[in-house]
Design a protein around this ligand. Structure first.
Ligand code: GRF
Length: 190
């Protein structure tokens, strides 16, 4: 699921194509008609489906449509790669412990929007990104993997964000593999 540029989506697709992540992307759900992720998906031959939040009467109604679309596509996991909508219990309960999100901060610091701006404003010297399970409270679920980057004296939001994104692209495919591994070992034991 993506709302914007889709660089994390492409990093995941590349890891799959290179054989470093054993997974398959069945569908890309996007909510913003202008999202660049569509161009990337088209180039990679991955199906896309637009579910524009503005055409739904509630968050629950959007999430219901997402659940239906993902069930039809036969997906096991949801990967939120820059999905900019808050999700509801409707989506979370349909995929228990099978939704991952990436956030551009070292959680639990700086949850929510404009995380990179928040980090710069706070004057931290180390920033980073986190891959975590999705729970109802935004950016709150258990952390799977993190990466840290230095904040340099002349950093702008753009330069720091670019440094963080390089790490996002590295850790997201790895975190997906780790989470899938944890889940399958739990199933094995039961
Ligand atoms: C990433 O920085 C991610 O941390 C945040 O949204 C951004 C998405 O970037 N949740 P992209 O669309 O993957 O390029």
């Amino acid at each position: 699921m993506a709302s914007g540029s889709g660089s994390n989506f492409e990093a995941i697709a590349t890891a799959i194509n290179q054989g470093t992540l054993n997974a398959r992307i069945e569908i890309v759900i996007y909510n913003n008609p202008n999202a660049k992720v569509v161009d990337r998906a088209n180039r990679l031959g991955i199906p896309v489906q637009l579910l524009d939040h503005r055409t739904f009467e509630s968050r629950e109604a959007l999430d219901e449509a997402i659940v239906v679309a993902l069930a039809a596509a036969g997906v096991d996991w949801i990967i939120m790669a820059g999905w900019m909508r808050r999700v509801t219990e409707r989506l979370i309960s349909a995929f228990p412990r099978r939704i991952l999100n990436i956030h551009p901060s070292l959680l639990p610091s700086f949850p929510g929007v404009r995380a990179v701006e928040q980090a710069l404003a706070a004057g931290v010297k180390i920033a980073g990104c986190s891959v975590h399970y999705v729970e109802l409270v935004v950016d709150s679920g258990p952390i799977v993997m993190q990466a840290a980057v230095p904040v340099l004296p002349n950093d702008s939001v753009d330069t720091l964000q670019a440094r963080i994104q390089q790490q996002e692209h590295r850790i997201f495919p790895e975190a997906i593999a780790i989470a899938a591994q944890i889940n399958s070992s739990k199933i094995d034991k039961s």
